[in-house]
Design a protein around this ligand. Structure first.
Ligand code: UDX
Length: 446
């Protein structure tokens, strides 16, 4: 039978929590730790602090194997394995801000009292895991942490590939597991813990694993930026991106994922990780031309729908505009770097009135984003798509939520002042829109 470990996880964001639940589901004893009292309080009451499909059920299923705490000291002390899954946000210059990571590591180093494997899960620049290892060893050498000095402590890197909206599925049925470890002992522990999961386990050195994480996200971001540019070129040339996508994705070397043209990528990973890799390259006097271009291209793409509206109407001042979809993708309440945000900011600066609707992201938008906007009093929070569209001069679509996809477009005539739609996710068929006499603008489609 597979060995059961005592596991601590630093960080209760969607990565830390989903990872913890994955291990608890396999019968390991897990404690998830977060410095934020509110998050831990919610979790202790069985409430998940963010929206993620299926995660409530997983918590219910394995609640006996998982605990939550604000102070990790006693849990770190007893753990066989400690995963660090704290966030590594963006600094002003695009580089990764590692302060939360180093704080967590310091607390861990102060607490451990016996043999322990520390595993970094947070996305970190290449070389960070080595720096952490050196820092811990230095602390031990200086005899600051006497209890730890007698014991075996090793640091490894094990990236996550969890997509928001399908994080539970991704943790239970991952496409692959990357084990970045520099010693046989660390490799074996990580291999053992992932044994019950049937997927390819790729073992490599720590630095290669750190690079793999960035390279994976940047490759996907690059693919999206590329298809968006081809879509723009389709518009100029009279080609149709839907046919082009079908044509290229039938080549197995290209594949058919991450080739949906749209209003640009957002989220907590692609925008941050592309910039961090560019910054890392700059620091190492290397110019990462491709990813730099993807970042620039995506920044332009995000405003593509707004630009189309300005081209049509010249001035948008005083117009009433519906915004359908706020989150960076469906099935999440996350708005981090969501294309909707930059568009809303720009539209409000122009002096428009907005009627916004999102089936899940409204509260997050209201509480954490809306206050930053000039003319925020011009935002009306609608309770439905119908209410958002009422008496508007045009509508923007930023997220391909099912309810928006299934919306009865015929109703646009009776609800809107004039049925003009700028669809940033290519949801509707332009021919049908034409038949329905809806003035429809999307991306790269004839
Ligand atoms: C991503 C990675 O997929 C995941 O492996 C990693 O661990 C974290 O980053 P996530 O940010 O949750 O996950 O979302 P993802 O589904 O990859 O989409 C990111 C952005 O790209 C979204 O804004 C989405 O709308 C956009 N996108 C995606 C496109 O514009 N076109 C596509 O074809 C696919």
């Amino acid at each position: 039978m597979n060995k059961k470990y005592k596991i601590a996880i630093a960080g209760c964001g969607y990565v830390g929590l989903t990872t913890g639940l994955g291990f608890a589901n396999n019968g390991h004893q897990v404690t998830c730790i977060d410095i934020n009292n509110k998050i831990i309080d919610k979790l202790n009451h069985g409430i998940i602090p963010f929206y993620e499909k299926g995660i409530d059920d997983l918590l219910l299923k394995c609640h006996e194997f998982i605990h939550f705490a604000t102070n990790g000291t006693s849990y770190y002390k007893d753990s066989d394995i400690i995963f660090v899954a704290v966030n590594t946000p963006e600094n002003m210059d695009g580089s990764a801000d590692l302060q939360y990571l180093y704080n967590a590591v310091e607390q861990i180093a102060c607490s451990i009292e016996h043999e322990c494997l520390i595993v970094i899960k947070s996305t970190v620049p290449v070389g960070t895991t080595d720096k952490i290892r050196k820092k811990i060893n230095m602390m031990i050498e200086k005899n600051l942490y006497k209890s730890a000095s007698k014991n075996h402590i090793e640091v490894a890197f094990n990236p996550e590939f969890l997509s928001q909206g399908s994080a539970v599925h991704d943790i239970l049925y991952p496409s692959r597991i990357i084990i970045g470890a520099d010693t046989k002992w660390a490799k074996e522990i990580l291999y053992n813990i992932y044994e019950p999961i049937t997927c390819e386990k790729i073992i490599m050195d720590v630095k290669s694993a750190e690079m793999t994480k960035y390279a994976a996200n940047c490759c996907l971001a690059l693919k999206i930026a590329y298809i968006n540019e081809i879509a723009d070129l389709c518009e100029i040339s009279g080609a149709d991106i839907r046919c082009v996508k079908e044509g290229i994705s039938s080549d197995p070397r290209i594949g058919n994922t991450y080739l949906n043209a749209g209003v640009g990528y957002g989220g907590s990973c692609f925008p941050k990780d592309t910039k961090a890799l560019v910054q890392y390259s700059n620091e190492n006097h290397f110019e990462l031309k491709t990813i730099k271009a993807a970042v620039e291209s995506n920044n332009m793409q995000i405003m593509s729908m707004y630009n189309k509206a300005v081209k049509k109407f010249h001035s948008l001042k005083e117009m009433k505009i519906a915004i359908l979809g706020l989150t960076f993708k469906p099935e999440t309440d996350d708005l981090k770097s969501a294309p909707s945000l930059k568009n809303i900011e720009k539209l409000l600066q122009e002096g428009v009135y907005l009627q916004v609707y999102d089936p899940i992201g409204m509260n997050n938008f209201k509480q954490n984003y809306a206050n930053q906007f000039i003319n925020k009093e011009n935002i009306f929070y609608a309770n439905s798509i119908d209410e958002a569209l009422k008496d508007t001069d045009m509508c923007f679509i930023f997220t391909e939520w099912d309810c928006i996809k299934k919306f009865d477009i015929q109703k646009m005539h009776e609800l809107m002042k004039q049925p003009v739609v700028f669809d940033g996710r290519n949801i509707f068929d332009p021919h049908r829109m034409k038949v329905e006499k809806i003035d429809y603008y999307c991306i790269g489609v004839k």
